[in-house]
Design a protein. Sequence first.
Length: 426
Amino acid sequence: MSGERWVLLGLAPARAAWFGELTRWTSSGALPAEFVKCRSADEARARLGSGRAWSALVVDTASSGLDRDLVDTAHRSGAAVLGVRAGSSLRDPPDPGFTAVLPASFGREELLNVLCLHARPISRGDRLPASLSEPAGSPWRGRMVGVCGPGGTGASTLAMALAQAMGADARHGGRVLLADLALRADQAMLHDAVELGPGLQELVDAHRLGSPDPAEVGSGTFAVPGRAYRLLLGLRAPSGWSALRPRATSATILSLRQAFSVVVADITGDLEGELDCGSADVEERNHLARTVASESDLVVAVGAAGIKGLHSLARLMRSLAGAGVGPPRLLPVVNRAPRDPRERARLAGALAELAPGTTEVSSPLFVREARVEDCLRAARPLPSALVRPLGSAVGAHLDRLADAPPPMTGPTPVEPGTLGSWTDAG
């Protein structure tokens, strides 16, 4: 370790005993490390994002502002995250992704062993963060279908119909969830929910410092009688997005996919990010929709027949394509479509002209108007004329995507002789 030392960033409440001990070890040379103390989680985030190389973030589990986002920021900068149990507690602390956990009375040798195992020493002239690698394995996750559309197109109702169709499919074993992830959440109203919680906000908050198991995730959802799916209630007000931390939100979506065989996500069609408009706040506001759009197996874009409806649908399709939703993962749907086949062909042609960059997308699915008001008022299953065509089309798309060969990600071996050979004749 000649010419190298550990560079440690510390965060703890005032008068934490281990904070002073660590300062004494580093200043006296008993520990080959440099220790930088932070007064708040915001200061720790700023230092982690400064571009300087860090070996580890050593954080007390009782620190204010400690959450999954702070831990993720440290990991992204290449630093290990060492949690220190608060006080004399012997219970396991909440785990937002710690690399290792130390007792409050840890000694110098104990810390040294943990640093040797999990942290990287920094050369004196090194100021660049290490390259980050992907995790070795990916956990199992169920399928996810995003449903979005401009206001008034019936996207939320079609999301309900799709969840009902998936719930009736025996292959999913009744493990189907309708998740209301829209900024203006309407599923509570459409399901006549008496209670407004627990819902999305409570579930995201549970992921700030921990990883609830599938049973805990399922307990935050409600059974919908007669429709064979469960419901996750959404935001109580559009401004509620400001309480959803991005990393905790992403972890929540992953947990939903681990707890259910199919997740039908009702999302908003706003997908602008910082690169589009220069605002990090806008990207954070749209984090739910952007995450679902990028990670879904299929995205259903809903529009209405007519001049305004087709224009809005084409704009949404272009926005989804710009967000990385490729043609195989995009299914346009025209809701309340006319019955006349010639009129439907005209609508399909007009949509292709309005969205020229999406020519490889599947032909739109036409869903005729159905009487759903009475079903919603009486809490009955939605009519099969609405449920069956949508479920069949989405199921067929998902099966095709599952059967498609994986994309080529690296060099492919070539068998000798398959490329021909050079001859004297040239």
